[in-house]
Design a binder for this molecule. Structure first.
Ligand SMILES: [Fe+2]
Ligand SMILES: [Fe+2]
Length: 492
């Protein structure tokens, strides 16, 4: 969760409180009952979603989990906490309240009323944006499917499941838009969102980072820190969209997303705290044998997850991104706080490129470089977490520090792809890259050693040895609260 004064925390929905109707089969605050056709279509999709959840959702059998469920969309009191059997979680459709005065704030439609209907000329582009966003939501649930088997505590297990059910709800959010505004094509795309699967060779998820396996809990924390944060930034651009239903949907999703990043920030922090403690206690950096994860391995995990998440922003220069902006489909991060004309037609900026083995700056039209604009905002945000984690090392009187690798390190997309850069940003040749690779990225041995520490700890208030307990529990419950009832618990 970012508390940066410049970008601020995830924006909260504003306006009047809108209660969610839980008497409906599909909880919603969009008056679904008023549109029988749409309601029936979504009720037809619901069992397919539940089948998907059963097959590819969390694998660990549980009785119930202490989860939050949205009860209202508004400033306060939006969430209710209680024990819920996960398959009975009330996934629904929640949009931030409509502001009838809302206008488009950027691009050639600037100043016009926000669109309540889908403009025909932008139908294909908007559907593409929604499908790509929608595809990432169930993908992460699939990636994290077996993590429950090695949870370091019930507290962490509960947080994993909270993230999972909310990513499921984000899928619902996108599927609602597809069904409500894109007719038959939209319904087909909604089906496909359940048919593509993370890592599936024949029918993979659309984006690379969502086909990587989440091998262990350190990677899960890095994922929620770096990859969910990419999600935050993408949602931040869509919440500016002239297409009002999309903007309102993303506004509420951002509110849920904040918890996912909290899980990442504090998860890595607690890992680093424990690592620092073991380093001091045993006066060595090689703490695998003492039950902790060496800082060098944490750095390699960080290098990996940061670099694959950077790829999610796409090429630095993109004609599509410029067109999306000019047409009003997708704004910039914190669009309304930017001090410029919000048209950007004559603006320029610099970007880095590799030329003759060196990084040089070139000047490019701003409109062509909006992916880079967003990625820069993201990097600034990522630095806050690293600072926080380093504080834990400083507090332990250790001189070692974590850092973000160079933007060109290990990149598969954009201007750096096709070049090898070290984490420090030196352009290196193939042989150097291959020789140093296992010092920069997790090797199979590293992953195996981390996996060796991943023993489940299902006793309330107990924590696996590689991670420190959190400072506080969830929803003001104590850390030792019984956050998850496992399936076989009652029989013991
Ligand atoms: Fe999400
Ligand atoms: Fe998320």
């Amino acid at each position: 969760m970012s508390t940066d004064a410049r970008t601020g925390p995830a924006p909260s929905p504003t306006g009047p409180l809108s209660m969610i109707d839980y008497s409906e089969r599909i909880p919603n605050n969009v008056d679904l009952a008023g549109d029988r056709r749409l309601q029936r279509a979504l009720e037809g999709w619901q069992p397919k979603f539940l089948d998907w959840w059963k097959q590819l959702g969390p694998a660990l059998p549980t009785k119930d989990v202490y989860l939050r469920t949205a009860v209202a969309v508004g400033r306060d009191g939006w969430a209710h906490f209680d024990y819920v059997p996960m398959e009975e979680y009330r996934w629904g459709i929640f949009l931030a309240e409509r502001d009838p005065e809302r206008t488009v704030t950027f691009g050639k439609h600037k100043g016009e009323p926000a669109w309540q209907e889908l403009p025909g000329e932008h139908r294909a582009d908007l559907m593409r944006l929604i499908v790509i966003q929608g595809d990432t939501e169930p993908a992460s649930v699939e990636q994290q499917r077996v993590l429950g088997n090695t949870a370091p505590s019930l507290y962490d297990l509960r947080n994993l499941f909270q993230v999972n059910v909310e990513e499921g709800r984000h899928l619902w959010a996108m599927v609602y838009l597809l069904h409500a505004y894109f007719g038959r094509e939209g319904r087909d795309e909604a089906e496909q969102l359940l048919k593509r699967n993370s890592g599936d060779l024949d029918s993979p998820r659309i984006l690379g980072a969502f086909n990587e396996a989440t091998t262990d809990w350190l990677q899960f924390f890095m994922f929620t820190y770096f990859t969910d944060r990419d999600g935050k930034y993408q949602l931040g651009t869509l919440k500016e969209s002239a297409f009002d239903p999309l903007a309102r949907t993303c506004k509420f999703m951002l509110k849920e997303e904040a918890h996912h990043m909290f899980v990442g920030t504090t998860g890595v922090q607690r890992t680093v705290e424990r690592t620092a403690e073991l380093m001091k206690k045993h006066s060595t950096v090689d703490i695998f044998e003492h039950g902790g994860i060496p800082l060098s391995v944490i750095q390699k995990y960080l290098n990996f997850q940061f670099s694959v998440s950077m790829d999610l922003f796409g090429s630095e220069q993109s004609t599509n991104a410029g067109n999306y902006y000019s047409s009003g489909l997708k704004g910039r991060w914190m669009e309304t706080r930017r001090k410029d004309d919000h048209l950007l037609v004559d603006e320029e900026r610099t970007m880095n490129v590799v030329e003759n083995g060196k990084i040089v700056e070139k000047t490019v039209p701003m409109l062509s470089a909006l992916n880079l604009d967003l990625r820069d905002e993201y990097v600034t945000d990522c630095e806050h977490g690293v600072r926080r984690w380093n504080q834990a090392l400083e507090d332990a009187d250790l001189s070692e520090r974590l850092y973000l690798p160079h933007e060109g390190f290990n990149r598969g997309v954009g201007t750096y792809s096709g070049h090898h850069l070290s984490p420090q940003g030196d352009v290196v040749d193939e042989a150097t890259w291959e020789a140093a690779r296992s010092q920069w990225l997790p090797s199979d041995d590293d992953r195996a050693a981390v996996a060796g520490l991943m023993v489940p700890e299902y006793e309330a208030g107990q924590f696996a040895g590689w991670i420190a307990p959190p400072q506080i529990g969830i929803n003001e419950q104590p850390v030792e609260f019984d956050y998850v009832h496992l399936k076989d618990e009652g029989l013991a």
